[in-house]
Design a protein around this ligand. Sequence first.
Ligand SMILES: Cc1cc2nc3c(=O)[nH]c(=O)nc-3n(C[C@H](O)[C@H](O)[C@H](O)COP(=O)(O)OP(=O)(O)OC[C@H]3O[C@@H](n4cnc5c(N)ncnc54)[C@H](O)[C@@H]3O)c2cc1C
Length: 527
Amino acid sequence: MSTHPTQLDDVVIVGGGLAGLFCALKLAPRPVTVISAAPLGEGASSAWAQGGIAAAVGEGDTPESHAADTIAVGAGLVDEAVALSLAREAPARIDDLLRYGVPFDRDLEGRLAVAREAAHSARRIVHVRGDMAGKAIIGALIEAVRSTPSIRVIEGYVAEALLTESNAVTGLQLRKFDDVTARPVNIAASAVVLATGGIGHLYAVTTNPKEASGLGLAIAARSGAVIGDPEFVQFHPTAIMVGRDPAPLATEALRGEGATLINAKGERFMLAKHPLAELAPRDIVARGVFAEIAAGRGAFLDATKALGETFAEHFPTVYASCIAGGIDPARQPIPIAPAVHYHMGGVAVDARGRTSIDGLWAGGEVSCTGAHGANRLASNSLLEAIVYAARIAEDIDGRQFAKRSAPADDVPRNCGMPPSAEANLRALMSSHVGVVRDGDDLADAIRTLAMMEQSVGNIALRNMATTALIVATAAWSRRESRGGHCRSDYPDENPTLARRTMMTLREARAVAATMTADPALRVNAPA
Ligand SMILES: Cc1cc2nc3c(=O)[nH]c(=O)nc-3n(C[C@H](O)[C@H](O)[C@H](O)COP(=O)(O)OP(=O)(O)OC[C@H]3O[C@@H](n4cnc5c(N)ncnc54)[C@H](O)[C@@H]3O)c2cc1C
């Protein structure tokens, strides 16, 4: 790409995961540019999904029942109309994926095969070759995108700032991924769709790719966008600890098949914590695993009896991850820890995926639609990505935008990433804004992050600190425990706090300013 201000298509999608690619395909034949930090197929959580997509397509299942399960898991904060409309549109979007060539598994009579997952009252997860859903879905979409002439794909560039004027999008500032010395490129755009995924890489232990470091949320927030429910972060209880970053996932289905959670002494610690033991809700199991590790007893997933020699056949992906890490899961317990897996919060959007900034839409994990509330029901995230991507395409399609001129190519200062700075931020988020939080730790984190998001010279790190600050501030402000948010100093759910968080970066900075006497901290700092 040239280093000069560039005019591409008037619609630009940032992100090449499920939300971004699906939106681009739905917009065809309207010309659209997709910008992706990583080459398509890499650096996207979508490609790693093991379970599948929730959709009430099984016999006897209904969208109403799917919505009821979604609402029950969301701990009082799910927008019920959003959950119902999501469930109702699911079958049509699955049909779209079939048309794009996704080979969903079928039963003997040729109907879509549906699996059961935790907290779903019916079998409703459509899947591909057991645990290969993400890979197969993204593979099919990449092929469809590559053969759609109206879609221009630019890989290896990261959007590091949103350009706006009077609360309306004018373009994006891009830079070569992982190259601080590269000159940024400003591109004009009338409509930007953020589809940048989650925030897992803000934490030391995560199942997300490194591209999921909250940059999309940060650039929206730095332009003034309203962020919804940022404190709600879902931890997967059973990430495989074999020294890999990101940590590979041991799917919940293993516990469904009878695998147990044990400590180093071989004790099943979940028996004492919940009547459902290993099959308790995800956040309770995550806290159980966290407590065992914090107490120095260690935590392991033991499938040696439940699966034994059949492990490789039933769970090929997990098996391969264990073997690569020197663990034979057929014979040995798998060392595990909770890992950041999914962000319920994100850029707040309405039913059409519109954000609070004109010309900015958000879809997929970077967005917050209200569908998940304080906790996500398994396999609802891929569904949300396709439903909202389709709605965004419909909302954009048919609009004529005034031509924007490419914004001036001023070159903002970008310094190198200070050694260990990213690792330190991630460690801080895990220790102070993690599975179990308390007010003092959160305040400590807020003080550090507030300084970082205004003073560090590396733009990527500054953006990471921006998103981290918003998560920490919302977590500090919510003085209760609810869904994925657990406060040791406020261990109970408080019914009077059953409302969603809506917050801007300015508000987060104002909270931070109350915790520090440092005059360098400016609530109105520039984007
Ligand atoms: C291991 C794992 C298993 C999962 N299993 C399931 C499951 O079975 N079912 C389910 O429903 N959900 C599952 N999830 C969650 C689900 O995969 C994600 O929520 C969903 O894929 C998000 O899709 P997305 O398109 O929003 O983001 P992603 O698929 O993460 O794509 C984000 C894209 O944005 C790009 N990007 C990021 N920042 C920038 C930037 N600043 N500039 C340019 N490009 C950028 C990335 O390179 C990537 O192309 C799983 C997640 C993980 C990690």
